[in-house]
Design a protein around this ligand. Structure first.
Ligand code: TPP
Ligand code: MG
Length: 315
Protein backbone atom coordinates (compact mmCIF):
# COMPACT_ATOMS: atom_id res chain seq x y z
CA UNK A 1 0.00 0.00 0.00
CA UNK A 2 1.40 3.35 -1.07
CA UNK A 3 0.97 5.25 2.23
CA UNK A 4 2.58 2.44 4.23
CA UNK A 5 5.50 2.20 1.81
CA UNK A 6 6.03 5.97 1.89
CA UNK A 7 5.86 6.06 5.69
CA UNK A 8 8.44 3.26 5.90
CA UNK A 9 10.88 5.10 3.64
CA UNK A 10 10.53 8.31 5.68
CA UNK A 11 10.86 6.47 9.00
CA UNK A 12 13.99 4.67 7.79
CA UNK A 13 15.61 7.94 6.73
CA UNK A 14 14.64 9.56 10.06
CA UNK A 15 16.16 6.68 12.06
CA UNK A 16 19.29 6.55 9.89
CA UNK A 17 20.00 10.25 10.25
CA UNK A 18 19.12 10.36 13.94
CA UNK A 19 21.67 7.57 14.48
CA UNK A 20 24.23 9.40 12.33
CA UNK A 21 23.71 12.56 14.37
CA UNK A 22 24.38 10.66 17.60
CA UNK A 23 27.46 8.96 16.15
CA UNK A 24 28.85 12.31 15.05
CA UNK A 25 28.19 13.85 18.48
CA UNK A 26 29.98 10.97 20.19
CA UNK A 27 33.05 11.45 17.98
CA UNK A 28 32.74 8.16 16.06
CA UNK A 29 32.40 9.76 12.61
CA UNK A 30 34.90 12.00 10.87
CA UNK A 31 34.25 14.78 8.36
CA UNK A 32 31.12 16.83 7.82
CA UNK A 33 27.57 15.58 8.19
CA UNK A 34 24.57 17.37 6.63
CA UNK A 35 21.23 15.92 7.70
CA UNK A 36 17.87 16.09 5.94
CA UNK A 37 15.72 15.43 9.03
CA UNK A 38 12.43 17.24 8.35
CA UNK A 39 12.80 16.89 4.57
CA UNK A 40 12.15 13.14 4.29
CA UNK A 41 8.93 13.50 2.28
CA UNK A 42 10.82 14.81 -0.75
CA UNK A 43 13.16 11.82 -0.99
CA UNK A 44 10.38 9.32 -0.25
CA UNK A 45 7.77 10.86 -2.56
CA UNK A 46 10.05 11.33 -5.58
CA UNK A 47 11.94 8.02 -5.38
CA UNK A 48 8.69 6.09 -4.93
CA UNK A 49 7.86 6.65 -8.60
CA UNK A 50 11.32 5.64 -9.88
CA UNK A 51 12.46 2.21 -10.96
CA UNK A 52 15.83 0.58 -10.26
CA UNK A 53 17.15 1.53 -13.72
CA UNK A 54 16.40 5.24 -13.31
CA UNK A 55 19.28 7.58 -12.56
CA UNK A 56 19.64 9.85 -9.55
CA UNK A 57 22.14 12.47 -8.47
CA UNK A 58 22.12 14.31 -5.18
CA UNK A 59 23.95 16.77 -2.99
CA UNK A 60 25.88 17.06 0.26
CA UNK A 61 22.48 16.42 1.97
CA UNK A 62 21.78 13.16 0.16
CA UNK A 63 21.43 10.25 2.63
CA UNK A 64 17.64 10.26 2.28
CA UNK A 65 17.70 10.22 -1.52
CA UNK A 66 20.12 7.26 -1.60
CA UNK A 67 18.11 5.29 0.97
CA UNK A 68 14.84 6.02 -0.84
CA UNK A 69 16.43 4.80 -4.10
CA UNK A 70 17.17 1.48 -2.40
CA UNK A 71 20.59 1.90 -0.82
CA UNK A 72 21.36 -0.53 2.00
CA UNK A 73 21.54 1.36 5.34
CA UNK A 74 24.28 -1.00 6.49
CA UNK A 75 26.62 -0.11 3.61
CA UNK A 76 25.65 3.57 3.93
CA UNK A 77 26.62 3.52 7.62
CA UNK A 78 29.82 1.59 6.83
CA UNK A 79 30.70 4.42 4.43
CA UNK A 80 30.12 7.00 7.17
CA UNK A 81 32.38 4.93 9.45
CA UNK A 82 35.04 4.91 6.63
CA UNK A 83 34.93 1.11 6.44
CA UNK A 84 36.11 -1.00 3.48
CA UNK A 85 32.60 -2.44 2.93
CA UNK A 86 30.98 1.00 2.59
CA UNK A 87 29.52 2.00 -0.77
CA UNK A 88 32.75 3.68 -1.83
CA UNK A 89 35.16 1.54 0.14
CA UNK A 90 35.25 4.07 2.97
CA UNK A 91 36.64 6.81 0.74
CA UNK A 92 33.62 9.02 0.29
CA UNK A 93 32.19 9.53 3.76
CA UNK A 94 28.78 11.16 3.85
CA UNK A 95 28.95 13.43 0.82
CA UNK A 96 29.94 11.29 -2.20
CA UNK A 97 28.00 8.04 -1.88
CA UNK A 98 27.45 6.39 -5.26
CA UNK A 99 26.19 3.06 -6.53
CA UNK A 100 25.75 2.73 -10.30
CA UNK A 101 23.95 -0.61 -9.76
CA UNK A 102 21.13 1.35 -8.08
CA UNK A 103 21.31 4.18 -10.63
CA UNK A 104 22.85 6.43 -7.96
CA UNK A 105 25.38 8.38 -10.03
CA UNK A 106 26.59 10.15 -6.95
CA UNK A 107 26.03 12.54 -4.13
CA UNK A 108 28.18 15.64 -4.65
CA UNK A 109 29.72 18.18 -2.31
CA UNK A 110 30.03 20.83 -5.03
CA UNK A 111 26.82 22.87 -5.07
CA UNK A 112 25.01 22.32 -8.40
CA UNK A 113 27.54 19.78 -9.69
CA UNK A 114 25.21 16.78 -9.59
CA UNK A 115 22.82 18.43 -12.04
CA UNK A 116 24.89 18.12 -15.26
CA UNK A 117 25.80 14.53 -14.31
CA UNK A 118 22.09 13.61 -14.26
CA UNK A 119 21.69 15.54 -17.51
CA UNK A 120 24.39 13.30 -19.02
CA UNK A 121 22.50 10.24 -17.75
CA UNK A 122 19.31 11.51 -19.40
CA UNK A 123 21.15 12.24 -22.66
CA UNK A 124 22.70 8.74 -22.66
CA UNK A 125 19.27 7.18 -22.06
CA UNK A 126 17.82 9.16 -24.97
CA UNK A 127 20.69 8.37 -27.37
CA UNK A 128 20.66 4.66 -26.48
CA UNK A 129 16.87 4.48 -26.60
CA UNK A 130 16.67 3.23 -23.01
CA UNK A 131 13.48 3.87 -21.04
CA UNK A 132 15.34 5.47 -18.11
CA UNK A 133 14.54 8.76 -16.44
CA UNK A 134 17.11 10.85 -14.56
CA UNK A 135 16.24 12.77 -11.41
CA UNK A 136 18.53 15.36 -9.92
CA UNK A 137 18.06 16.79 -6.43
CA UNK A 138 19.53 20.21 -5.63
CA UNK A 139 18.95 22.93 -3.07
CA UNK A 140 17.65 26.44 -3.74
CA UNK A 141 21.22 27.55 -2.94
CA UNK A 142 22.27 26.02 -6.28
CA UNK A 143 19.81 28.02 -8.37
CA UNK A 144 22.16 30.94 -8.99
CA UNK A 145 24.88 28.59 -10.30
CA UNK A 146 25.30 28.94 -14.06
CA UNK A 147 25.39 25.20 -14.62
CA UNK A 148 21.75 24.88 -13.52
CA UNK A 149 20.62 27.23 -16.29
CA UNK A 150 22.84 25.58 -18.91
CA UNK A 151 21.36 22.23 -17.87
CA UNK A 152 17.77 23.51 -18.03
CA UNK A 153 18.45 24.92 -21.49
CA UNK A 154 19.96 21.70 -22.86
CA UNK A 155 17.25 19.55 -21.28
CA UNK A 156 14.54 21.69 -22.83
CA UNK A 157 16.18 21.85 -26.26
CA UNK A 158 16.65 18.08 -26.51
CA UNK A 159 13.49 17.17 -24.55
CA UNK A 160 15.60 15.05 -22.24
CA UNK A 161 13.98 12.57 -19.82
CA UNK A 162 14.99 14.43 -16.66
CA UNK A 163 13.25 15.80 -13.57
CA UNK A 164 14.91 18.71 -11.77
CA UNK A 165 13.90 18.54 -8.11
CA UNK A 166 14.73 21.63 -6.07
CA UNK A 167 14.49 21.06 -2.32
CA UNK A 168 13.79 24.59 -1.18
CA UNK A 169 14.51 24.53 2.55
CA UNK A 170 14.86 28.30 2.78
CA UNK A 171 18.57 28.44 3.58
CA UNK A 172 21.87 27.99 1.79
CA UNK A 173 24.28 27.42 4.67
CA UNK A 174 23.45 30.49 6.82
CA UNK A 175 21.90 32.58 4.02
CA UNK A 176 18.09 32.88 3.74
CA UNK A 177 16.87 32.44 0.17
CA UNK A 178 15.18 35.87 0.15
CA UNK A 179 18.64 37.49 0.23
CA UNK A 180 20.09 35.66 -2.78
CA UNK A 181 17.10 35.01 -5.09
CA UNK A 182 14.70 37.65 -6.46
CA UNK A 183 12.09 35.10 -7.54
CA UNK A 184 9.59 34.08 -4.91
CA UNK A 185 9.46 30.57 -6.37
CA UNK A 186 12.21 28.56 -8.03
CA UNK A 187 9.65 27.51 -10.65
CA UNK A 188 10.05 30.97 -12.24
CA UNK A 189 13.45 29.87 -13.56
CA UNK A 190 11.80 27.16 -15.67
CA UNK A 191 9.64 29.62 -17.60
CA UNK A 192 12.30 31.11 -19.94
CA UNK A 193 13.27 27.56 -20.90
CA UNK A 194 9.63 26.58 -21.62
CA UNK A 195 9.92 23.82 -19.03
CA UNK A 196 6.76 22.88 -17.11
CA UNK A 197 7.17 23.51 -13.39
CA UNK A 198 5.28 22.84 -10.20
CA UNK A 199 5.74 24.01 -6.63
CA UNK A 200 4.51 21.60 -3.95
CA UNK A 201 4.35 21.28 -0.19
CA UNK A 202 7.54 19.31 0.38
CA UNK A 203 6.33 18.08 3.77
CA UNK A 204 3.30 16.33 2.27
CA UNK A 205 4.65 13.09 0.86
CA UNK A 206 1.45 12.29 -1.06
CA UNK A 207 1.54 15.68 -2.80
CA UNK A 208 5.23 15.23 -3.62
CA UNK A 209 4.58 11.74 -4.98
CA UNK A 210 1.70 12.93 -7.19
CA UNK A 211 3.76 15.77 -8.66
CA UNK A 212 6.76 13.48 -9.17
CA UNK A 213 4.54 10.94 -10.92
CA UNK A 214 3.34 13.60 -13.38
CA UNK A 215 6.92 14.70 -14.04
CA UNK A 216 8.32 11.18 -14.46
CA UNK A 217 5.42 10.18 -16.74
CA UNK A 218 6.16 13.22 -18.88
CA UNK A 219 9.87 12.35 -19.06
CA UNK A 220 9.24 8.67 -19.80
CA UNK A 221 6.79 9.40 -22.58
CA UNK A 222 9.26 11.63 -24.43
CA UNK A 223 7.74 14.96 -23.42
CA UNK A 224 10.93 16.24 -21.81
CA UNK A 225 11.95 17.81 -18.52
CA UNK A 226 10.02 19.17 -15.55
CA UNK A 227 11.17 21.37 -12.68
CA UNK A 228 9.68 20.50 -9.32
CA UNK A 229 10.10 22.80 -6.33
CA UNK A 230 9.46 21.12 -2.98
CA UNK A 231 9.14 23.61 -0.13
CA UNK A 232 10.47 22.15 3.07
CA UNK A 233 12.80 22.81 6.02
CA UNK A 234 15.76 21.17 7.74
CA UNK A 235 15.38 20.73 11.48
CA UNK A 236 19.10 20.41 12.16
CA UNK A 237 21.77 22.97 11.37
CA UNK A 238 23.43 23.23 7.97
CA UNK A 239 25.96 20.72 9.31
CA UNK A 240 26.15 18.89 12.63
CA UNK A 241 27.77 21.40 14.96
CA UNK A 242 26.33 24.50 13.25
CA UNK A 243 25.57 27.12 15.97
CA UNK A 244 22.48 28.28 13.98
CA UNK A 245 22.60 31.94 15.02
CA UNK A 246 20.85 32.85 11.75
CA UNK A 247 17.41 31.50 12.75
CA UNK A 248 15.14 31.34 15.78
CA UNK A 249 13.99 28.27 17.69
CA UNK A 250 10.41 29.53 17.17
CA UNK A 251 10.90 29.19 13.41
CA UNK A 252 12.30 25.67 13.79
CA UNK A 253 9.40 24.73 16.09
CA UNK A 254 6.85 25.90 13.52
CA UNK A 255 8.30 23.46 11.00
CA UNK A 256 8.72 20.67 13.54
CA UNK A 257 4.96 20.94 14.01
CA UNK A 258 4.69 20.11 10.30
CA UNK A 259 6.72 16.90 10.61
CA UNK A 260 6.26 15.02 7.31
CA UNK A 261 5.68 11.74 9.17
CA UNK A 262 2.92 13.31 11.29
CA UNK A 263 1.42 15.00 8.22
CA UNK A 264 1.04 11.59 6.55
CA UNK A 265 -0.46 10.10 9.73
CA UNK A 266 -3.06 12.89 9.67
CA UNK A 267 -3.79 12.54 5.94
CA UNK A 268 -4.67 8.85 6.02
CA UNK A 269 -7.10 7.03 8.29
CA UNK A 270 -6.70 3.85 10.26
CA UNK A 271 -2.99 3.20 9.78
CA UNK A 272 -1.49 4.51 13.02
CA UNK A 273 -1.00 0.99 14.39
CA UNK A 274 0.93 -0.05 11.29
CA UNK A 275 2.94 3.18 11.37
CA UNK A 276 3.90 2.52 15.01
CA UNK A 277 5.12 -0.96 14.03
CA UNK A 278 7.16 0.56 11.19
CA UNK A 279 8.78 3.03 13.62
CA UNK A 280 9.87 0.11 15.80
CA UNK A 281 11.09 -1.97 12.84
CA UNK A 282 13.16 0.89 11.46
CA UNK A 283 14.70 1.61 14.87
CA UNK A 284 15.70 -2.07 15.13
CA UNK A 285 17.03 -2.16 11.58
CA UNK A 286 19.23 0.90 12.08
CA UNK A 287 20.46 -0.27 15.51
CA UNK A 288 21.49 -3.59 13.91
CA UNK A 289 23.04 -1.81 10.91
CA UNK A 290 25.08 0.41 13.23
CA UNK A 291 26.52 -2.56 15.10
CA UNK A 292 27.35 -4.28 11.78
CA UNK A 293 28.94 -1.19 10.23
CA UNK A 294 31.04 -0.38 13.28
CA UNK A 295 32.48 -3.91 13.24
CA UNK A 296 33.55 -3.72 9.58
CA UNK A 297 37.27 -3.47 8.69
CA UNK A 298 38.67 -0.05 7.82
CA UNK A 299 39.91 0.53 4.27
CA UNK A 300 43.43 -0.95 4.00
CA UNK A 301 46.23 1.60 3.84
CA UNK A 302 47.78 -0.21 0.83
CA UNK A 303 44.56 0.47 -1.11
CA UNK A 304 44.95 4.23 -0.74
CA UNK A 305 45.86 4.85 -4.39
CA UNK A 306 43.35 2.35 -5.85
CA UNK A 307 40.92 4.09 -8.23
CA UNK A 308 43.28 7.06 -8.57
CA UNK A 309 44.07 7.80 -12.20
CA UNK A 310 47.72 8.49 -12.88
CA UNK A 311 49.53 9.32 -16.09
CA UNK A 312 51.51 6.24 -17.14
CA UNK A 313 55.16 6.50 -16.25
CA UNK A 314 57.34 6.84 -19.34
CA UNK A 315 60.47 4.67 -19.16
C1 TPP B 1 30.23 25.53 -5.84
C2 TPP B 1 30.14 25.60 -4.34
N1 TPP B 1 30.00 26.80 -3.73
C3 TPP B 1 29.90 26.88 -2.39
C4 TPP B 1 29.97 25.73 -1.62
C5 TPP B 1 29.81 25.81 -0.09
N2 TPP B 1 28.46 25.33 0.25
C6 TPP B 1 28.26 24.08 0.71
S1 TPP B 1 26.65 23.75 1.00
C7 TPP B 1 26.20 25.31 0.56
C8 TPP B 1 24.78 25.76 0.60
C9 TPP B 1 23.88 24.92 -0.22
O1 TPP B 1 22.56 25.35 -0.03
P1 TPP B 1 21.40 24.62 -0.76
O2 TPP B 1 21.77 24.38 -2.17
O3 TPP B 1 20.16 25.40 -0.51
O4 TPP B 1 21.34 23.18 -0.06
P2 TPP B 1 20.98 22.84 1.46
O5 TPP B 1 22.28 22.87 2.21
O6 TPP B 1 20.02 23.83 1.94
O7 TPP B 1 20.44 21.46 1.38
C10 TPP B 1 27.31 26.07 0.17
C11 TPP B 1 27.26 27.46 -0.28
C12 TPP B 1 30.13 24.50 -2.29
N3 TPP B 1 30.18 23.35 -1.61
N4 TPP B 1 30.19 24.45 -3.64
MG1 MG C 1 18.76 25.16 0.93
Amino acid sequence: MTAVRLYRTMALIREFETAASRLMASGELAGFLHLSIGQEAVAAGVCDVLGPADYLTTTHRGHGHCLAKGADPRRMLAELFARATGYCGGRSGSMHVADPALGILGANAIVGAGVPIALGGALAAQVLGEPRVAVTFFGEGAVAEGVIHESLNLAALSRLPIVFVCENNGYAEMTPSSTHLRASSVTEYARPHHIPAESVDGNDVLAVRDAAQRAVDRARSGDGPTLLECRTYRWHGHFEGDAQGYRTTAEVDLWRARDPLTVLRKNVDGLNGQFDDIDRDCADEIAEATVWARAQPPAALESLTDHVYRAQEVG
